[in-house]
Design a protein around this ligand. Structure first.
Ligand code: GTP
Ligand code: MG
Length: 336
């Protein structure tokens, strides 16, 4: 067997990346500058959402190995190189605080829920709501689409609907109950139906163009449901890695837009039964670690006593775990 360099690179006649088509990191570096990374590997990284040196610098060798087929040594070399080339700059904490002061929060009519989330649904973050059917995920999305416009009537919404469950009548009803003009509220919501996971990913990528072209004051992106298409299309072990890679890319796109445009991303997610769990809650969110890691805040919704809904905050960077109880009614949601 000859040395590995002599094995011809796979040629999948897809568009192969070039230095110009890749994102430039400070100093002009791209993925192609990484040692041992050629066009094919750069393309795999890029497609998986690892678009620049920073994302490689913070990756684990295992992640890179899985995505690209690099050896452990090569993956470590690439990561070290990326870390070297980036001037890993430190911001003073007061600068970080200043950035945090720009954060806005959507307040729902449920004070309990707002308090659980530290005052409301935060911009520059992805909040995921997962739970079984009828737990209130879509209703919460509707409420957010209306109440974001309470912060500022010019704020607009992108609603990516993957399950055909978007109902403008319901939005109008919630808006009316909030004392707002339903027509104006509806005009500020742009709805797109995603027909499959690829379409869903493309729609998310188009949001930036939509903002820039129309000078939108976009403050909220809803993806309801984040995972349904992915779950339906990728069935079986062999395709799981593929699915996770795409989901990862999708979440990276959403997070980047959330950060860049100081907006709220709200995604919903289904649960699946875990037959191997004998104790505790036998349900688990779809999308595994990829979705769990990429979401800044995770709310687990379940039906409670007497028609209530219980939202549990899971894994938050800065808030205590806790629960909020709210009710769904014709006006939207409310506390007791
Ligand atoms: P899936 O999308 O199926 O996974 O569920 P979901 O979590 O999105 O559920 P959704 O948010 O659609 O919640 C549906 C529930 O909201 C229904 O079962 C009703 O109990 C409740 N609901 C919806 N509209 C109204 C309303 O106008 N009045 C009242 N009282 N309840 C409502
Ligand atoms: Mg729903």
């Amino acid at each position: 067997m000859k040395k590995s360099e002599e094995i011809p690179e796979e040629d999948d006649d897809e568009t192969i990346v070039t230095k110009d088509s890749l994102e430039k990191s400070p100093g002009g570096f791209t993925l192609l500058d990484l040692p041992g990374v050629g066009a094919a590997t750069a393309e795999k990284l890029n497609n998986a959402g690892f678009r620049n040196l920073m994302s490689v610098a913070v990756a684990t060798p295992g992640e890179l190995m899985e995505l690209t087929g690099l050896t452990e040594l090569a993956a470590k070399k690439a990561i070290n190189y990326a870390r070297d080339k980036l001037q890993m700059s430190f911001e003073t904490a007061d600068e970080v605080l200043k950035k945090r002061e720009k954060i806005e929060r959507i307040k729902t009519p449920s004070e309990e829920l707002n308090t659980l989330l530290g005052g409301g649904f935060e911009t520059c973050a992805i909040t995921e709501a997962y739970g079984e059917f009828g737990s209130g995920k879509t209703q919460l999305a509707n409420v957010l689409a209306v109440y974001v416009q309470k912060i500022n009537p010019e704020y607009s919404v992108v609603y990516i609907d993957t399950e055909s469950t978007f109902r403008p009548e319901r939005i109008a009803q919630i808006a009316k109950a909030a004392g707002m003009d339903p027509d104006k509220v509806l005009k500020n919501i742009r709805v797109a139906r995603a027909y499959n996971s690829d379409h869903q990913m493309i729609l998310a990528e188009k949001v930036e163009e939509l903002i820039e072209k129309n000078n939108l004051k976009l403050k909220l992106i809803i993806v309801d449901s984040l995972t349904a298409h992915f779950r339906a299309e990728f069935i079986g072990r062999g395709t799981l890695a593929d699915r996770q890679q795409k989901l990862n890319k999708h979440m990276h796109t959403l997070m980047r837009i959330a950060d860049k445009y100081n907006l709220v991303v709200f995604v919903t997610n289904q649960v699946m039964a875990r037959p191997d769990m004998f104790f505790g809650d036998p349900t688990q969110a779809i999308g595994g670690h990829i979705v769990a890691h990429a979401s800044t805040y995770r709310l687990y919704l379940r039906k409670g006593k007497k028609g209530s809904r219980v939202a549990k905050l899971v894994d938050s960077p800065d808030l205590p775990e806790g629960e909020a109880v709210f009710y769904i009614d014709e006006n939207g949601i409310r506390d007791k």
